[in-house]
Design a protein around this ligand. Structure first.
Ligand code: SF4
Ligand code: SF4
Length: 154
């Protein structure tokens, strides 16, 4: 479980696409079929609210996540500080490219990065990296996104 001190921020719930993992049951959530670029295949994505309702995740309420106890694993493990720290290591053209690829309204966009930047005090990048390394087993290393990361970033 991520320990980000979100303190009322909901930026990533507004701007991220949340895909279920293979061991999560789509019947347990309001989902739609969509291409999961992390896995390089079709998957189940949490629905978004229409723009007239403010957009963002279908489960995002005025007080934050309305399914906090059973939110998908991606939500529980996401740490915007890790993304921010990783992006800061990249050359500026590469940061631009990621933002361009995924759009400014994504976890690579300004709002999520600003939230992360405000919460960097005491963040342990080494520990977060170790946790990510455990998680990486769940990612398809042959997916188009993985190829992109390997050939352009790593
Ligand atoms: S962007 Fe960061 S601080 Fe804001 S809700 Fe997401 S994890 Fe929490
Ligand atoms: S399920 Fe909850 S934590 Fe996950 S994106 Fe939706 S509102 Fe945010």
């Amino acid at each position: 479980m991520s320990d980000v001190p979100c303190a009322g921020c909901t930026a990533c719930c507004k701007h991220d696409d949340v895909f279920l993992r293979p061991d999560e049951n789509p019947r347990d959530y309001r989902v739609e079929r969509a291409f999961d670029s992390m896995r390089g295949e079709m998957g189940w994505r949490l629905q978004h609210k229409p723009p007239r309702e403010g957009g963002g995740c279908t489960y995002l309420g005025d007080g934050g996540c309305t399914i906090h106890d059973r939110a998908p694993a991606v939500c529980k493990q996401f740490d915007c500080r890790f993304v921010f720290a990783m992006l800061e290591e990249l050359p500026r053209p590469m940061r631009r490219r990621l933002t361009h690829l995924y759009g400014s309204k994504s976890i690579y966009g300004h709002e999520v990065r600003a939230a992360a930047k405000a919460r960097m005090d005491g963040f342990d990048f080494e520990a977060a990296s170790a946790q990510m390394a455990e998680e990486i087993g769940a990612v398809d290393l042959d997916s188009p996104l993985s190829h992109f990361v390997r050939s352009n970033i790593l």
